[in-house]
Design a protein around this ligand. Structure first.
Ligand SMILES: Cc1ncc(COP(=O)(O)O)c(C=O)c1O
Length: 396
């Protein structure tokens, strides 16, 4: 490997949201464990990004920033080369985080009482985007057979035909279920939404994190009619582990929707601020870090394989969902016959494992764990040993 995927910088007392969980549960540095929860990586930043930021600091002034032409161009080129989709720079609006962007989309394109469809279990802020904004949450549970999730198209048709339904918040690839939706699945989703006049907000923040054999289809690439009925939200933050720089993009090919969104954002915040280092890091990442990402994906895939093989051998009753995309492995521990709160307790107190517990992602996530695989493999091996030690006391 050309890049370093073995060094870990312990982030105790650094304000890291992820590492705060460890602090909360009294983990000491001497325990040499890491959290497997929040979706950021335990890999050191790609040197090309660090160099670009250092150069920016040496040569620039940290004044108010607008997206640079270089940044806009680099995003478009990335989507062309990596996802075979050619967006236009004028479709892009800078946003400060994807969650921010879909919360705003809910406020701008729907009214109080309107229905927002989500396919559950799903990334929890998607529930909040509806409920915190006084919208009706329209739950469209996914099909779940064995370890495979899918869209329940009958349920989607029913949800979209609710006269209150105005928006689908789509998670593509899907967190936490690890699905990379196929073109055919996306076309069916698009068809249902067009038929019922439901706007699609496609959160594609995980679009670059693909396991071998899987291809991401950008929702807006499905044809002109579909492109005119969607917002595509994305960011380099998961791909290159720069979430702290809050630099993300909304692609809105439909001019009227774009102008409406932009005007509404201006109204809420007449002087939006952008992160000058975020643009610089994002441009460096998109232009120079494809090689880093390819190696990173190999490490994630190796970690996936390590966990899958371990569970199949040691705890075959654990259903590990096939990971197609993201670095978040979703597994069902319900066959242990333990209450989900007890599972959480065993993880934290006995195994010293800190996952995102499945119930966070909705009712159907109870007894599941979401395991963040973006870390050096030795930590995965060590965690599996602790998993075995703790659960072999409870499970035959
Ligand atoms: C599906 C999805 N959307 C959005 C986010 C967060 O995006 P941001 O940090 O840009 O708000 C995450 C983070 O885990 C995510 O999984």
């Amino acid at each position: 490997m050309k890049y370093d995927f073995t060094t870990v910088h312990k982030r105790f007392h650094t304000g890291s949201g992820k590492w705060n969980t460890l602090e909360k549960f009294g983990v000491k540095e001497s325990e040499d464990i890491i959290p497997f929860s929040v979706a950021d990586m335990e890999f050191v930043t790609a040197p090309e990004i660090v160099e670009a930021i250092k150069h920016e600091l040496d040569t620039s002034i940290m004044g108010y920033a607008n997206p640079t032409d270089g940044y806009l161009e680099s995003v478009c080129e990335w989507f062309k080369s990596r996802h075979n989709w050619e967006p236009k720079p004028e479709w892009m609006l800078s946003t400060q985080g994807v969650v921010n962007a879909f919360f705003e989309a809910v406020r701008v394109f729907t009214e109080k009482g309107d229905g927002i469809i989500i396919t559950t279990p799903v990334y929890h802020p998607m529930y909040m985007a509806a409920t915190n904004n006084g919208r009706k949450l329209i739950d469209c549970p996914m099909t779940h057979e064995g370890a495979h999730y899918g869209i329940d198209f009958e349920a989607l048709e029913q949800a979209a035909s609710d006269p209150q339904a105005k928006m689908l918040l789509l998670c593509s690839p899907h967190n936490p279920c690890g699905r990379v939706w196929t073109r055919e699945e996306l076309e069916r989703i698009a068809y249902v939404c067009l038929k019922h006049n439901v706007l699609v907000v496609s959160d594609e923040i995980h679009c670059d994190l693909l396991m071998p054999g899987h291809t991401h289809t950008v929702f807006a690439s499905l044809g002109e009619e579909v492109a005119q009925n969607c917002l595509v939200l994305t960011a380099p933050s998961k791909t290159f582990n720069i979430a702290g720089l809050q630099t993300s993009t909304a692609f809105i090919p439909n001019q009227k929707l774009r102008e409406k969104y932009f005007a509404a954002l201006k109204l809420l915040n007449p002087n939006p601020k952008c992160n000058i280092l975020g643009y610089c890091a994002a441009e460096a990442a998109y232009r120079n870090c494809a090689g880093w990402l390819d190696e990173c994906l190999k490490v994630i895939d190796a970690n996936r394989k390590t966990v899958v093989e371990f569970m199949a051998r040691e705890f075959p009753q654990v259903k590990v969902t096939e990971l197609e995309g993201t670095y978040l492995l979703w597994m069902d521990l319900n066959a242990f016959g333990l209450d989900y709160r007890e599972i959480e307790r065993i993880n934290r107190e006995e195994a010293r494992l800190f996952f995102d517990e499945g119930y966070v992602f909705g009712e159907k996530g109870k007894g599941f764990e979401r395991w963040n695989l973006a870390c050096p493999t030795r930590y995965i091996r060590e965690a599996l040993e602790r998993f075995r030690g703790a659960y072999s006391r409870y499970v035959k």
